[in-house]
Design a protein around this ligand. Sequence first.
Ligand SMILES: [Zn+2]
Length: 409
Amino acid sequence: MEKQQVLINGERLKETLEEFANFGRTDNNGVTRLSLSEVDLKARRHFQKCCEELGMSVAYDDMGNMYAVLSGQDDSLSPVVIGSHLDSVTKGGRFDGVLGVAAGLEAVRSIVDHDVKPKRPIVVVNFTNEEGARFEPSMMSSGVLSGKFDKEAMLQSTDSEGVPFEKALHESGFMGSEENRLKEAKAFLELHIEQGPILENESLKIGVVECVVGMACYEIEVSGESDHAGTTPMSMRKDALFAANDLIMDIRSKLNELPDDLVYTIGRMEVSPNIHTVIPNKAVFTLEARHQDMDIIKEVEHIAQSLEKSSGECQVNVRKLWGRETVWFEEKVVNQLEASADTLGYSYKKMVSGAGHDAQFIASYLPAAMVFVPSINGKSHSEDELTPWEDCEKGVNVILESALSLAND
Ligand SMILES: [Zn+2]
């Protein structure tokens, strides 16, 4: 028997995304929807209403994560789970996060429209506080689910007004029980905008994400001596900023010899005393690098650590701030997403994610993978964030096609 090809309703998806963008829309057509803020609560209630209208039941867990369940033929089977997050950063875009939740909603609407009943239940999830823009850290709730973060510590996290996450969650009406946590799944699928320029640059519509890259972050402190900028001859100076500059040139020439898909950033620098008439006595900067191959990250670490030896007139101290291993997504799920993109005739490539997502934590205990759609000019976490509606539609079609295959397996 020919398998029935079920496609989503692109126009309805667009309307859904526009509806959600109304919750916290900014003057420049972006979105400010901080986690558990008034507009986030409105978006959550809207999501719940939409799901209930489809006959789904909605439950919350003890982190306020929302799960909307569409019954399958056999609800004792583990579900296929689709989702992401509804919260945004301040002056963020209309696509980051919400696209992954809207994908689940539109997939279920299309399933209901076509009157197909998959074997397994389908769950659409909204993870609380992915951005960490109001309560640190980011990916807070998927972090608790996967055991990466301690729940009690998370509950104590406060926003800039001193409101603890626990209080905000309690007052939100979305605090549920631990029993409802996401425990099992045939697969977890997250559709997200790429947040980078690669797909657009290569004129591709779909990114099948194989991993979230590992990274390491170092702080390098260069210590010299402050003296008068007018009276101290150049040969008698211990200028910490010039020494830091030499180190940065050295770092760049060494890192540029590593594979060209290594990305590295010197994103923060502090100069002391930062006065134009005084020779700097201290320059502190960070070096952060990301790559999927942890051996490459190890080489970066070696380069960073060896900076201490190359001190010259100034003293150099190197300290590792943090790091994380590459998270590889489940091969079977990745293959399914690739097969779906193929079936649908969409141009795609396998790629890595340089940014963190809920799926990377969920992947530590459930089979998970992600789909990317293009970000125009690579813009994200900005009001300029844009993904063409047709590309959103293609991304959701890949999610739906994969979800149906997995839900009937
Ligand atoms: Zn996101």
